[in-house]
Design a protein around this ligand. Structure first.
Ligand SMILES: O=P(O)(O)OC[C@H]1O[C@H](O[C@H]2O[C@H](CO)[C@@H](O)[C@H](O)[C@H]2O)[C@H](O)[C@@H](O)[C@@H]1O
Length: 370
């Protein structure tokens, strides 16, 4: 594999085990016990040198890994095509394998998990303009009529909820650290395992905005329980300097960690909670914790989605589908190339449930309330 294919894992480096002041507060949320790891959290030191070391061990720099996270090549060489073909052999298209997937889901209850950016909406330069199409919205609405459906995003829950605009879904914002069920259900589940971090995140947001304002194109996005520093519109020559600016701010906050997404550095609480935990929490809330007849399907395009793919692999249950036009290291079993293919897959699934021969259980399930 070339450097371009390397996916560098989480960039936070752990040490010690300090508890967060105030962590023993009232048990407000249903997921509190599941988030017990948050209370005995690792103290994480953010260090771009460590990030670079992790990247080096994968034989590339963190900036190269950042570039590779969202390649912009317009044309592909024959070697690129061959490499992609070989990769697709290992991670077949969920569209070409649709009949097999449909067969595997017979008699099972599908639960659909969808990432937002790069999965339901195309990647664009301005994070505030990442709208999904009406056609995609209609497809997701049809899916949600048949299967419990959750949007699992790095974004702030309210923001992604506004982009998607469907009240009947579960939304897990801030990389799963802010989960809420359909608004029509007053008993809906709620999970906020990092609520103690809110004041810290706000403080760091202000500090990052101030620190990075000298870097043209840099943008800091407040995702409530985590923050994103966007590199996409920053000249690559300034990436290292911007990384240093981020490091300068974060070094004062050892309880936060840094992860890398598609041309973005993400700052989040160093708790044992991620999109994989959110997936498990939602399955449990829906009453599927130990069920063998459930088929969770998770579709996502980014490194943070790997946590969910890993959970599915570990459970030996469900389908992980990576959205990518380029070969990437992944724990997903299948692939789709872009949001258009995601929409086609969703529509085929909807179509399939209409066939009398499909015996997938598509009835809506009410979540258990703890
Ligand atoms: O988990 P996701 O829903 O995929 O969210 C991950 C990040 O997505 C957004 O950033 C990405 O999409 C932007 C719009 O297309 C793009 O400009 C950016 O370069 C991408 O990294 C979002 O803005 C971030 O806050 C999320 O963390």
């Amino acid at each position: 594999m070339t450097n371009q294919d390397v996916v560098v894992s989480e960039m936070g480096i752990s040490a010690g085990g300090a508890a967060l002041p105030g962590a023993g507060g009232p048990a407000l949320f249903a997921c509190r016990s599941a988030a017990a790891g948050a209370m005995s959290m690792r103290q994480a030191y953010l260090d771009l040198a460590a990030v670079a070391a992790a990247a080096r061990s994968a034989s590339c720099t963190w900036a190269e890994a950042m570039r590779a996270s969202s390649p912009t090549r317009s044309s592909r060489s024959a070697a690129d095509v061959d490499e992609f073909t070989a990769w697709v052999r290992k991670h077949p298209s969920a569209l070409s394998e649709f009949e097999q997937i449909a067969g595997a889901s017979k008699g099972k209850k599908i639960v659909m998990f969808l990432d937002y950016d790069g999965t339901l909406s195309p990647i664009v330069a301005d994070p505030d303009a990442a709208f999904m199409s009406d056609a995609m919205r209609a497809a997701v609405r049809e899916v949600a009529k048949r299967f419990p459906t959750a949007i699992v995003s790095g974004r702030c829950r309210d923001k992604v909820r506004n982009f998607v605009g469907l009240s009947e879904l579960y939304y897990a914002g801030s990389h799963g650290m802010d989960i809420k069920g359909p608004s029509s259900n007053p008993e809906s589940v709620l999970c906020q395992p990092a609520s103690e971090f809110l004041p810290m995140i706000d403080e760091v947001y202000k500090a990052l905005v101030e620190k990075t304002k000298s870097t043209p194109g840099a943008k800091v996005e407040n995702n409530k329980f985590c923050l994103s520093v966007h590199f996409r519109c920053v000249d690559e020559k300034r990436w290292n300097a911007l990384g240093e600016q981020v490091k300068d701010v974060i070094k004062e906050y050892p309880l936060l960690k840094l992860t890398q997404g598609r041309k973005v550095l993400e700052i989040r609480p160093s708790i044992k909670w991620d999109k994989g935990k959110a997936l498990e929490f939602l399955l449990e809330s829906l009453g599927f914790a130990n069920s063998s007849d459930v088929l969770p399907v998770y579709i996502g395009d980014d490194r943070t989605d790997e946590d969910a793919f890993k959970v599915l692999r570990k459970r030996g249950q469900g389908l992980g589908i990576l959205v990518s036009k380029f070969p990437k290291e992944t724990n997903a079993s299948y692939s789709l190339q872009d949001p258009d293919e995601v929409m086609e897959f969703l529509l085929r699934l909807v179509e399939w449930t209409r066939k009398p021969s499909s015996s997938s259980s598509s009835s809506m399930i009410r979540p258990r309330v703890s």
